[in-house]
Design a protein around this ligand. Structure first.
Ligand SMILES: Cc1cc2nc3c(=O)[nH]c(=O)nc-3n(C[C@H](O)[C@H](O)[C@H](O)COP(=O)(O)O)c2cc1C
Length: 184
């Protein structure tokens, strides 16, 4: 494929194994700038983005998730929350939290566009990512996380996290169902 944009889209994969090396501020800035250049209804930009790189804060977020997950039957990798070394954001050195304006009807869609811009910009710069939906409920339910740690305004709700860092795996592409596309 000789189209760089399409090639970037088709080769992005969710990364669940990261190197500990942190990404540089310059690279992070390019990724975030790409994110906030996403379209949004009426250009309201109804998102809040938090960037967490401090190791203690990352550990605390994971600890709160693991406590919350106790006794729950969770899907995907969160099902292993009680195993040693578990990290809901796959031990990525950078975690983004994306929150949507709960009073804006389009905000979740807008945040999806913001997020995809972030994933693709990161991939183009050789940075791996993984959307972490499983973190949303626990963050929204934790006043400590929402207010003290993340400073999310009252009328916003977290819709997912994004794990980010240098990939330490090269996953295969997962199956995509072309049947969902129909010409009328
Ligand atoms: C809204 C959303 C929530 C997701 N939540 C998680 C999650 O909590 N943990 C995880 O490891 N992957 C999560 N993923 C990643 C998906 O599993 C992944 O995108 C999908 O399996 C397709 O694989 P690919 O991204 O490599 O193409 C999520 C993806 C999306 C879009």
């Amino acid at each position: 494929m000789d189209n760089a944009v399409i090639n970037n889209i088709l080769t992005r994969r969710s990364i669940r194994k990261y190197k500990s090396k942190q990404i540089t501020d310059n690279v992070l800035e390019q990724i975030l700038n790409s994110g906030i250049n996403a379209p949004s209804a009426l250009n309201k930009q109804p998102w809040q983005i938090r960037v967490i790189q401090d190791k203690n804060t990352l550990s605390e977020i994971n600890r709160i998730f693991v406590d919350w997950a106790k006794g729950k039957q969770l899907p995907g990798s969160a099902a292993r929350a009680q195993e040693d070394g578990f990290s809901v954001f796959h031990n990525a050195p950078t975690l983004l939290i994306i929150a949507a304006d709960a009073d804006n009807h389009y905000s979740e869609g807008d945040c999806g566009m913001l997020t995809q811009n972030i994933l693709l910009a990161a991939h183009s710069l050789d940075i791996g990512t993984c959307v972490i939906g499983s973190i949303a409920t626990v963050v929204n339910e934790s006043e400590t996380l929402m207010k003290d740690i993340l400073s999310i305004p009252d009328n916003y709700k977290v819709i997912f996290g994004i794990a980010m860092g240098y990939a330490d795996e090269t996953p295969q592409a997962k199956y995509r169902d072309r049947q969902n596309v129909k010409f009328l």
